[in-house]
Write a protein that binds this ligand. Sequence first.
Ligand SMILES: Nc1ncnc2c1ncn2[C@@H]1O[C@H](COP(=O)(O)OP(=O)(O)OP(=O)(O)O)[C@@H](O)[C@H]1O
Length: 312
Amino acid sequence: MAVRDLVKNYGSAPALRGLSFEVPQGGIFAYLGTNGAGKTTTINIISGLLAKDSGEIKVCGLDVNQDPVKVKELIGVVPDDSNLYPELTCARNLDYLGELYGLDRQTREERIQDLLELFDLKDRAKMPFRALSRGLKRRLVLAAALIHNPEILFLDEPTIGLDVPSARALRNHIKSINQKGTTIFLTTHNLAEAEALADTVCILIKGQVVKMGSPDEIRGQVEDGTYLKLGLSGEIEEKTLLAACPAVQKASRENGFWRLKVDNLNQALKQSLGLAEAENLAIQEVSVERPNLEEAFLAYVENKGALKEGEK
Ligand SMILES: Nc1ncnc2c1ncn2[C@@H]1O[C@H](COP(=O)(O)OP(=O)(O)OP(=O)(O)O)[C@@H](O)[C@H]1O
């Protein structure tokens, strides 16, 4: 899929200011941006819900304006909210959507069985949609978007509101859909999720693409990026840690570990080991890490100073 010079204004307010990007076929593309950057506007234009002012969009070589019906058959959209009927059973919801796409009965039956199997929903086929848990609902919404076997699937915040096991299960489903050949266009504010799934990342700021590349390339643009991961046997306050370790610029908690941004690794190591000793805490983990995608993203959106020369 390719977007070229896309412009959209709401009245006199610009939302998309001539943005261009290409989504590699068969990959997982993360479309990232702060609130109001223009992500939903882009997806609505691509999926034919909203008119653009100018620019060109091609999906599998077809122009969205010239072949709107064919393009609709090539894409599936998973909204952040459910679009299914609460009173209908899971199987009937899928069947109904298949009818809307004009699939014949046999194709529908096959697709429904395949999708229920793929998403581990076989034993829920006869349950009304409303009776499913939130995680299972997200799975069925995903299955529904695949009923017509689209080439590209648009996913808006797929795991929002899900507990950790359900979110992980859904991410695995997304990977397996992708491995079966569907290109994934993912919008998320969960940068760890984008990092875990995407092979291409596109950063949008105020309706313009500011950076596109692999997660590694994007992370590589952040200059002063040395981080120390530290696991301690007990709790310690952030201000105590920062006071005892002047070489640590910033400290945050991540999955039970400290993630320390350091300006001098040797000093920071010495100081944090000294602190552990003074506080009588055992060191359970120490490792040196690069900036993650979230830190690189923040460098782009708010702290251009952290970017390497040439990227500012
Ligand atoms: N119907 C509308 N009328 C007027 N302005 C709009 C409309 N929809 C969106 N906008 C504006 O266009 C800009 C882009 O909005 P959009 O919803 O595409 O951003 P987004 O990146 O999806 O944000 P979020 O992450 O918050 O969902 C914002 O400034 C928003 O206020």
